[in-house]
Design a protein around this ligand. Structure first.
Ligand SMILES: *Cc1c(COP(=O)(O)O)cnc(C)c1O
Length: 465
């Protein structure tokens, strides 16, 4: 399997090279050359797989330059840090299935991909005897998950930009209390979008990128998308086993279009109709909902909500979907992103919108609805939703056809967002062992201006060479 760019400017490369490249060198995003179709007999074998076995099966379709045994070893190691034996269990609450993705070391779904990515990086670097510097922007959860994925690894330094004072106190502490010498936390005076723009600009500075062997952990990295495909199919298999149902909707709280894009890939791997529709749930930052419902993709101001990991206006993975929407046309993709970077908007006509709506439905959920959903769900099911998950559950409840089951992705543990939960139910969630006592730990963080040059200078001073 080889990887190509959505903008058509690179010759096909194998998986390991794609992982190291992160953002494609022509400014596009990397995608597999073809999307394999899973044969029915393969699928029936998958039904009895554990999460790790299923990961191995799926990864092997997309990773042909790492040996099967080594791949399995990477998978085993990556998921040994999870506290639940099923890794991503499905629970049923009323009529709804909840896919719990928060049993990893930092209690959010990003661990599923970043534990694996950290180990893949290490494996490749050992093989080539080289080093790398990871740089990434976070709205809160990616940062800690990425840091936990690579802390203490000898051949890697990691630089994580988070928006200063705009992440939850626990999110901040989860990052800044990791004081391994290879971890650098940079608090940027600005929004997540400022941080992400800086990271993109640095990756587009090819001489700088090459000099410091920069690697990406943002969801622009294909390995992250790939690892997330696994739990969609795992949930589909689990529910088919339990209920005999072969068609599902998934509701996905979305910011960067990363997680839901993994769902789109899963939808395309499975037989037609296995995943009927992906419900794209947004908070009050409703760019993607406007896209799905009206064909209007236009950036506006970021507003702060109780689901901060979705307070995003530029959805970095959107380009991948657009490439498929345009029938794998890199010229059209490149042209439209050229337009978009100038005007901040794209418009889609009725034909394209129709295509979009065959794959997606969408709802933008208000703050009041989010808190109300946490409260009601707790009252009805004695089960606490984190605010991101609540956005997804609320959007799922708004489905117009309830004829098939819906699976809501629970993207974070409620204790990570204790303030919002407390506002909803009048008491704080119980902290799980991993979060207890964080305030008392030693912490380390640098506050910087939102300026590409300032960040580059910092990296230059602290990078591994
Ligand atoms: C990152 C994150 C999201 C959004 O995921 P995307 O891949 O950016 O769409 C949702 N919920 C939580 C808890 C997150 O950390």
């Amino acid at each position: 399997m080889h990887y190509i760019s959505t903008r058509g400017g690179i010759s096909p490369i194998p998986f390991k090279e794609a992982v190291m490249m992160g953002l494609a060198r022509d400014g596009g995003l990397l995608l597999p050359e073809i999307l394999p179709q899973v044969a029915p007999e393969t699928l029936s074998r998958w039904h009895s797989c554990s999460f790790q076995e299923l990961a191995s099966e799926i990864f092997r379709l997309f990773i042909t330059d790492i040996g099967a045994e080594q791949l399995d070893e990477l998978i085993t190691r990556s998921y040994s840090t999870f506290t639940h034996p099923e890794i991503t269990p499905v629970v049923k609450k009323g009529e709804m299935f909840i896919l719990e993705l928060f049993h990893g070391p930092t209690l959010a779904f990003k661990d599923v991909a970043l534990q694996f990515l950290g180990n893949v990086f290490e494996c490749i670097l050992e093989e080539t005897g080289s080093r790398m510097n990871i740089i990434g922007a976070t709205s809160g959860d990616t940062g800690s998950a990425a840091i936990y994925g690579v802390r203490g690894k000898e051949r890697i330094n990691i630089f994580i930009l988070h928006p200063h004072k705009r992440v939850s106190p626990i999110q901040e502490l989860q990052m800044t209390t990791v004081t391994d010498p290879n971890v650098f936390n940079l608090a940027i005076r600005g929004t997540f979008d400022d941080g992400q723009a800086i990271v993109k600009a640095i990756f587009n500075d090819i001489p700088f990128k090459d000099k410091y062997s920069l690697g990406a952990v943002n969801s622009i990295n294909w390995a992250r998308i790939l690892a997330q495909v696994v739990y969609y199919i795992f949930a589909w298999c689990t529910i088919k086993q339990k209920t005999g149902k072969e068609s599902l909707d998934f509701s996905v709280p979305t910011g960067n279009f990363g997680d839901i894009f993994a769902g789109y890939i899963a939808k395309n791997l499975l037989p037609q109709g296995a995943i009927r529709r992906l419900i794209l749930a947004t908070n009050e930052n409703n760019l993607l909902t406007r896209f799905v419902t009206r064909g209007d993709y236009s950036v506006s101001e970021v507003v702060a909500t109780s689901s901060p990991s979705m307070d995003i206006q530029v959805a970095s993975n959107f380009e991948r979907y657009l490439y498929y929407l345009y029938g794998c046309d890199p010229v059209r993709t490149r042209e439209d992103f050229g337009l978009f970077s100038k005007s901040g908007k794209l418009h889609f006509d009725a034909d394209l919108l129709d295509k979009v709506q065959q794959d997606f439905a969408s709802k933008s959920v208000t703050e009041a609805e989010t808190l109300d959903t946490i409260r009601t769900f707790y009252k009805d099911h004695n089960y606490l939703l984190d605010p991101h998950t609540a956005v997804g559950v609320n959007a799922a409840q708004a489905r117009t056809s309830n004829d098939i089951p819906v699976v809501c992705l629970a993207t974070a543990h409620p204790a990570k967002f204790g303030a919002a939960v407390t506002r909803a139910i009048g008491k704080a969630p119980i902290l799980p062992p991993g979060l207890d006592g964080l305030e008392d730990k030693e912490s380390r963080c640098e506050v910087l201006d939102p300026d590409v040059r300032v960040v580059q200078e910092y990296i230059a001073r602290h990078a591994l060479l």
